[in-house]
Design a protein. Structure first.
Length: 254
């Protein structure tokens, strides 16, 4: 796929962090973006682009019917769907023996990070497969899921978050095997610590310490995640795999 005005990308978690940055960079490259998030987005950003290029909708990825409707609306608005970024997620950090860490929070984390990612991928894949059957020539499609370094090496207090991101990582390869015959690639990006709103909520001293654990001695910038996303979109042989975007960080016991 090319990063151009013909590309249509569906993004969850688009009001902040990775989803926001990817959407912003794609819009600057004249791509068409269907941006979704449970939280509202900065409308000043959206208003810089015509409605024929960008749409924002509130979407809770725990709402399966809402996901289905949003995918359908994306196609109705832009004519087709080429790629998905599953960026919606939460990161609860509590010890397994913390009395305040309830089953309600466990359910919420798994419903957003795992089931939400799965359902967005499912309805996007159904649409892409349908499109492929109608194409005169085979086209490339991509579903890109956001895992984490926590997918295999979570911090202490990260048992449920790590489990959820481990599930996202684990579903990537079988999804790719299911969908390859339809020309749909599935890739999992596993970022470390980036200068996003979520990460910057950590104490400054801890952020500085974590930065020293990377080979570059700093945290990533959202623009660096975005450029990696675009590289996956453009390289049509990257499939069924995952990679760490963490500057070879050694995750410590904090």
């Amino acid at each position: 796929m090319k990063i151009d005005s013909n590309l249509v990308v569906f993004i969850t978690g688009a009001s902040s962090g990775f989803g926001f940055q990817v959407g912003l960079d794609l819009l600057k490259s004249n791509c068409k973006c269907y941006l979704t998030d449970k939280d509202d987005i900065d409308q000043n950003i959206i208003n810089q682009y015509p409605r024929s290029q960008v749409v924002f909708r509130n979407l809770d990825v725990t709402d399966e019917e809402g996901i289905k409707n949003s995918i359908e609306d994306c196609v109705k608005t832009f004519g087709h769907l080429d790629a998905v970024l599953n960026s919606a997620g939460i990161a609860p950090l509590e010890s397994i023996i913390d009395k305040n860490f309830s089953n309600k929070m466990i359910d919420l984390c798994l419903n957003i990070n795992v089931i939400g990612t799965f359902n967005v991928s499912k309805y996007a894949a159904l649409q892409m497969a349908q499109q492929q059957s109608q194409n005169k020539e085979r086209r490339d499609y991509a579903i890109i899921n956001v895992g984490s370094i926590a997918s295999v090496n979570a911090l202490d207090r990260g048992s449920i978050y790590g489990a959820s991101k481990g599930a996202v990582l684990s579903m990537t390869l079988p999804m790719a095997r299911d969908l390859g015959k339809y020309g749909i690639r599935v890739v999992c990006m596993c970022p470390g610590f980036f200068n996003t709103k979520m990460v910057q909520q950590l104490p400054e001293q801890k952020l500085k310490y974590l930065a020293k654990l990377t080979c570059l001695g700093r945290h990533g910038e959202p623009s660096e995640f975005s450029s990696a996303f675009q590289a996956i979109i453009e390289n049509t042989f990257i499939n069924g795999t995952h990679f760490y975007l963490d500057s070879s960080m050694a995750t410590p016991h904090l």
